[in-house]
Ligand binder design. Structure first.
Ligand code: F0G
Length: 433
């Protein structure tokens, strides 16, 4: 399909060529999105084609993003695709988590199964491909961990130079390790995510970098495929609710756009509702949605769920639109609620990183409030892998975890490791008790 960039602001809607390197509307400063001019959409044929590609050995078909390339803005550029076989993430039933969340049934779409361990890979494959298409050699991002690991991997796979900017001291070692291992030039800045993003946006043109944060509309395009794949896996039966964590709100924007396009082109005939969950200490979008007056950023966001520790989410205007269109909702959850929900997801044999667990904590609150009904069909998106924050896990299970204010988090579902002597009798006795 023909594609252009369009200003997201309803009163502007200026259009720009798809290969212009811009992150905001040059006319009004609004966010940008990709828009398609549909020439022909044969939904039945495309559904069949996408299903058939699952058995193909062509790398581009094996990608859970590029399999749906008819709904991505890269016509004529498929030979430039940078893929690590992202997507292909499972839908997992979780009865124990369903009970905890007050639901009859709950399914997780687990993005932690991606090549670098998070949903960022879905977006990054498109962001890196756009960098190649634009002939840009140098890419950069600001990150609390997952984006940097993902960008570093895709940049190296594509032969690009990558620079990651991360908040000094506020990123998990696992993620920092990935950025280093994949060869990114890694700058630890003494500031928080929002401050560094402002810094890097000011630097972008000056040092010739192509920015791969979710303000980049091509990242959003790739993340749409999480929804395409989820619905394909459900034989195009939309759930009642899709629940996800909200940080910078790029994923919320991507999910809403994907659902709008699927409805517009006739792939689905019912719009699922989006439920965005934020951490209590980093919930500017929650605050805004309560009143829908002016949007107020939070100068010093606080949560142990570092992935959503964002006080000034760039994509809030898009997220507002997507929640309006999907008749969605937003909830906030405490550190204790996130930690306990995370342990429940672990007890399902699934596991996830802290931000992802906010989904189950949010579902529990939303069912208790009667906003989600027990018999509704709910998919929660786990955005990252359980190994992102091993230190957090160890501390929770041993009762040492403290919230950002220094208050102890109860090890409600703690599972403490036990030191034993090298003595079969003593161990047998202990296991019998
Ligand atoms: N979940 C995980 C695991 C994340 O890494 C992020 C964002 C989010 C949720 C929030 O998604 O911003 O689209 O609302 N992580 C960014 C990073 C900030 O740098 O990796 P969002």
């Amino acid at each position: 399909m023909l594609a252009e960039l369009a200003c997201f602001e309803r009163q502007c809607r200026a259009r720009f060529p798809i290969d212009e390197t811009i992150y905001n509307c040059p006319d009004c400063g609004g966010l940008l999105e990709v828009v398609f001019t549909a020439d022909r959409v044969d939904t039945a044929d495309w559904k069949k084609l996408w299903r058939a590609r699952r058995t193909s050995n062509d790398p581009i078909d094996q990608s859970g993003v590029w399999r749906y390339r008819e709904l991505l803005p890269f016509d004529g550029h498929h030979h430039q695709v940078v893929s690590l076989r992202e997507g292909n993430t499972p839908l997992l039933d979780a009865p124990r988590a369903a009970r905890y969340g007050g639901l009859d049934r709950l399914t997780f779409k687990h993005q932690g199964f991606n090549p670098t361990g998070s949903f960022k890979d879905n977006g990054m494959t498109c962001g890196a491909t756009q960098a190649i298409r634009l002939d840009r050699q140098r890419v950069a991002c600001v990150s609390t961990g997952n984006t940097s690991a993902s960008m570093a991997a895709y940049a190296s796979a594509a032969g690009l130079d990558s620079i990651v900017f991360i908040p000094h001291g506020n990123i998990s070692y696992g993620k920092l390790a990935q950025a280093l291992e994949y060869g990114a030039r890694t700058l630890q800045v003494e500031a928080n995510f929002d401050q560094i993003l402002a810094l890097v946006r000011a630097l972008a043109d000056r040092v010739g970098i192509y920015l791969l944060n979710s303000i980049n509309p091509f990242r959003i395009e790739g993340q749409k495929a999480i929804i395409f794949e989820m619905l394909d896996q459900r034989d195009w039966n939309p759930p009642d609710w899709i629940v996800l964590p909200g940080g910078n709100l790029g994923n919320t924007s991507a999910f809403g756009k994907a659902l709008r396009e699927l409805c517009q082109f006739g792939f689905i005939h019912k719009m699922p509702r989006l439920a965005v969950i934020q951490a209590e200490g980093a919930a500017p979008f929650y605050q805004f949605m309560k009143t829908k007056q002016a949007f107020h950023a939070i100068a010093d966001p606080k949560t142990l769920a570092t992935a959503i520790r964002i006080g000034d989410p760039v994509s809030w205007p898009k997220a507002l639109h997507e929640l309006t269109v999907t008749n969605g909702t937003v909830e906030k959850v405490t550190e204790q609620e996130i930690a306990d929900a995370k342990a429940v997801i672990g007890q399902c044999g699934i596991g996830c990183e802290p931000a992802s667990a906010s989904t189950l904590a949010g579902i529990r609150k939303l069912t208790a409030a009667g906003i989600i009904r027990a018999d509704e069909d709910v998919v929660a998106v786990l955005t990252g892998n359980v190994l992102k924050d091993p230190d957090y896990i160890y501390r929770y299970h041993t009762g040492e975890l403290k919230d950002p204010g220094g208050r102890k988090i109860d090890a409600t579902l703690g599972n403490r490791p036990v030191v034993v002597p090298n003595d079969a009798n003593a161990i047998a006795k202990m296991l019998e008790s």
